[in-house]
Write a protein that binds this ligand. Structure first.
Ligand SMILES: NC(=O)c1ccc[n+]([C@@H]2O[C@H](COP(=O)([O-])OP(=O)(O)OC[C@H]3O[C@@H](n4cnc5c(N)ncnc54)[C@H](O)[C@@H]3O)[C@@H](O)[C@H]2O)c1
Length: 256
């Protein structure tokens, strides 16, 4: 699928990997709706990029919010061709805390709700809109890219919730692609390693340096435009479907 002139929804587009994706799509002359709970960052980015970019306050776990974001995409560009899902949260907590308490069930549920249920909520509603598109000569009506994490495969101590939520995103990639193929919709998942974003900035500098040393080549953290560039490649390469791509410089995370 050509990006130019098409319309995209980017969840979590106010910050980090999503923001870089919005910038790349905008530079390629696409229409973009930023769907995020971060109002300030989203509004500022949309204002800086101009009339082809619109911010819509959206909680990915809300049916009405996501319906409104998709309606805005249809209003902006006439139809919705692509989705990149970057909304996500980290819930770092051990099952057995130092203070003798067990992992908060409320927080575990929240992580699953945003990262997994939210991702599925956007998939189902975006697919409904895309299924109405006219197919390309290849039979393609739309492309959905979800974001997991390498934690889905090598989750560390304290990442039970985060790893489970991202493993859910990995697990639904193939069944979604298999079902939606008949509607002309490709579904792919990117599993990033550790990237320099505001999410990673929550981690201390010492931990970041230690993480960077684990990356084989290049020996550094990932940069958000590298994620955006892979998303753009996936949009353009019609053979990519139903697969999870690790984007991680060959890092394999140790237990802690
Ligand atoms: N940065 C990394 O190292 C890394 C590694 C692996 C996976 N990821 C994943 O990549 C995605 C993007 O992460 P990032 O590093 O850009 O983080 P980020 O914190 O910079 O951006 C995440 C965005 O998601 C938004 N968001 C959070 N909850 C939301 C909700 N309920 N509805 C809508 N928007 C919501 C936030 O407001 C924020 O703008 C996340 O899913 C994250 O788990 C990041």
């Amino acid at each position: 699928m050509d990006i130019q002139g098409r319309t995209f929804l980017v969840t979590g587009g106010s910050s980090g990997l999503g923001r870089a994706t919005v910038e790349l799509l905008n530079a390629a002359a696409a229409n973009v709706v930023i769907a995020d709970v971060n109002i300030e960052g989203g509004q500022r980015l949309a204002a800086a990029l101009g009339e082809k970019v619109r911010f819509v306050e959206t909680d990915v776990t809300s049916e009405t919010d996501v319906e409104r974001a998709i309606a805005n995409a249809l209003d902006l560009g006439g139809s919705l061709q692509g989705v990149v899902q970057c909304a996500g949260i980290v819930i770092p907590q051990k099952v057995l805390g130092k203070d003798g308490s067990a992992h908060s069930l409320e927080l575990f549920t929240k992580g699953i709700q945003v990262n997994l249920v939210g991702t599925f909520n956007v998939v189902r509603l975006a697919a409904l809109a895309m299924a109405a598109n006219s197919p390309s000569s290849e039979g393609e009506r739309g492309v959905i890219i979800n974001t997991a994490s390498i934690a889905a495969f090598d989750g560390q101590i304290g990442q039970a919730c985060y790893a489970a939520s991202k493993a859910g995103v990995v697990g639904m990639t193939l069944p979604l692609a298999r079902e939606l193929a008949r509607s002309g919709i490709r579904v792919m998942t990117i599993a990033p390693g550790v990237f320099e974003t505001p999410m990673a900035a929550d981690v201390s500098e010492t931990v970041c340096e230690a993480l960077a040393k684990l990356v084989l080549l290049p020996p550094r953290l990932g940069r958000a435009p590298e994620f955006a560039s892979l998303a753009a490649h996936i949009f353009g390469n019609v053979m990519l479907n139903g697969e999870v791509i690790r984007l991680d410089g060959a890092v394999r995370m140790p237990p802690k």
